[in-house]
Design a protein around this ligand. Structure first.
Ligand code: NAP
Ligand code: MG
Length: 462
């Protein structure tokens, strides 16, 4: 057990204002692995002041120099890849192979993409007799969740820094150790003091103080829709820029012409990965009635094979929540074909990989985000029915379409109310804008569109 102290503020680790701590628990064995300080409004204020002081110089730093710092940051993350993976595993509980392949690797690719974009982005353009400058928004308060501890931070900090903004991050209370490691990497990369600041703490205390602080010009939030609505209201009242990446309930639409076995197997893998704690996971599988029974059989067998190989969910609270949804599904009349609500192990926050068949669109498990390894298989009559079901939730973050013919899948995808669709198992692309339609959010992360979120325009007329 390591007791960490200090917050990374103004380029140094400074003692926290209060003496409350957060205990970081390993979800695999429920042991306390470390403590970190629980920041207060005072710590947030110090961090925002540091970010504000650093802003004018960083904003005026040539994009090529900002790009060089981001490239250095990418290199430090690469050099410390194993340590990052081990830290994510210790506090999130994800299997080490997943921590290496995804949790440590994706942020390296994202940091690299912004080192590149900072040099190639057109920060200045001409229109008629005007020159338009794309200038940084200012001081950004970034509030992140625990499900992809490093990715969620890098997906905000890298574009913000590329744009010329300075940042204060409040990471999730469950995964502050990865955030501290990131702060060390920022320091090692030679990013100037105050450009990046870290305050660990609780959402309703440190997070709320950051969102309310008059010194932040923008809040970028990723997390639940419930908290996102509050952040949006706060930002609206203060006329601040806001970006919200919220929940999802994405549809995996398998059209009759698709390779059924492949679509179902990839669909199950998508939901079980990271123990179902992925906001864009395809948690609703939509299958034509003629192929329904076969699809359910394949899905149940695929989930059964996962057995113990998926990690736990992040916390006891999350475990109780997911098991509650499984009980609710049974109570509402869905048919359990794999897994179930009972805990598979005595210790650790494990949930059994679960598949429900005979799920109807209005059931709670088909409407609400479960955020655990739970797949719902729904039956559709025809394409119009499939589209109605796919679009029939308050969310619109992601989705998938499978068809024998790519053009057929694309035609369906274009009618979906959602921000991302993978066609026939298309791969993750760190340059593709990521974000939600409807209540899945406001704004986009990643790539060029993710950079534009942190910019505002100034036009000069000649
Ligand atoms: P959450 O409770 O909304 O937490 C997200 C972040 O907000 C955490 O840092 C949290 O601090 C903080 N927070 C909580 N209450 C706050 C408040 N009143 N004011 C300011 N900040 C506050 O969500 P979560 O349970 O950690 O994460 C799971 C949810 O996030 C799911 O619904 C999932 O879909 C969503 N999510 C969305 C995306 C996306 O990109 N669209 C990505 C990942 C997750 P604490 O850690 O102390 O609670
Ligand atoms: Mg929370």
């Amino acid at each position: 057990m390591k007791a960490h102290d200090g917050m990374y503020i103004g380029g140094a680790w400074r003692p926290a204002a209060g003496d409350e701590v957060i205990e970081v628990v390993n979800p695999v064995d429920e042991q306390i692995v470390a403590t970190v300080p629980a920041g207060t409004a005072e710590d947030v204020d110090a961090a925002v002041r540091a970010a504000r002081a650093a802003f004018p110089v960083w904003a005026a730093t040539p994009p090529a120099e900002r790009a060089a710092r981001l490239a250095a940051l990418r290199d430090v993350l690469e050099a410390r890849k194993d340590e990052i993976a081990e830290t994510v595993t210790a506090e999130l509980g994800s299997p080490l192979a997943l921590s290496k392949a995804v949790h440590a690797s994706v942020p390296i690719a994202v940091a690299a993409s912004y080192a590149d974009l900072a040099t190639t982005y057109a920060f200045e353009e001409k229109a008629g007799n005007s020159t338009i400058h794309h200038e940084p928004v200012g001081v950004v308060g970034a509030i992140t969740p625990w499900n992809y501890p490093l990715h969620q931070i890098v997906a905000k900090v890298a574009p913000a820094l590329a744009a010329g903004c300075t940042v204060v991050v409040k990471p999730a209370e469950d995964t502050p150790l990865t955030a501290r490691l990131f702060a060390e990497a920022v320091h090692e990369a030679g990013i100037p003091a105050g450009v990046f600041n870290l305050v660990t703490g609780l959402g309703p205390v440190a997070g709320q103080a950051l969102a309310e602080h008059p010194g932040t010009d923008m809040i970028s939030f990723t997390g639940s829709t419930a908290v996102g609505k509050r952040i949006g209201a706060l930002a609206g009242a203060a006329v601040k820029r806001v970006a919200l990446e919220l929940g999802g309930k994405s549809a995996n639409v398998i059209l009759p012409s698709a390779d059924l076995a492949r679509a179902v197997n990839v669909g199950v893998a998508n939901v079980m990965s990271n123990s179902g704690q992925t906001c864009s996971a395809w948690t609703r599988m939509l299958v034509h009635r003629d192929q329904y029974d076969e699809a359910v059989q394949i899905a149940a067998a695929a989930a059964g094979k996962y057995g113990d190989r998926i990690g736990p969910v992040v916390s006891a609270r999350q475990q109780a929540r997911v098991r509650g949804y499984i009980e609710k599904g049974i109570a509402e009349g869905a048919r359990l074909v794999a897994g179930g609500p009972d805990a598979p192990r005595e210790r650790g926050y494990f949930v059994r990989p679960t598949v429900f068949a005979d799920v109807t669109p209005e059931m709670t498990i088909a409407q609400e985000e479960i955020f655990g390894p739970v797949l719902c298989v729904l039956r559709y009559e025809d394409e119009e029915d499939a589209l109605r079901i796919a679009n029939g939730t308050v969310y619109g973050l992601a989705g998938a379409v499978w068809a024998g013919d790519e053009a057929e899948a694309v035609a369906f995808a274009r009618r979906m109310d959602t921000g991302q669709v993978d066609i026939n198992g298309g791969r993750f692309n760190p340059l593709a804008p990521f974000g939600g339609y409807k209540q899945s959010g406001v704004g986009r992360e990643l790539g060029r569109h993710g950079l534009a979120e942190y910019l505002q325009t100034k036009s000069l007329q000649f």
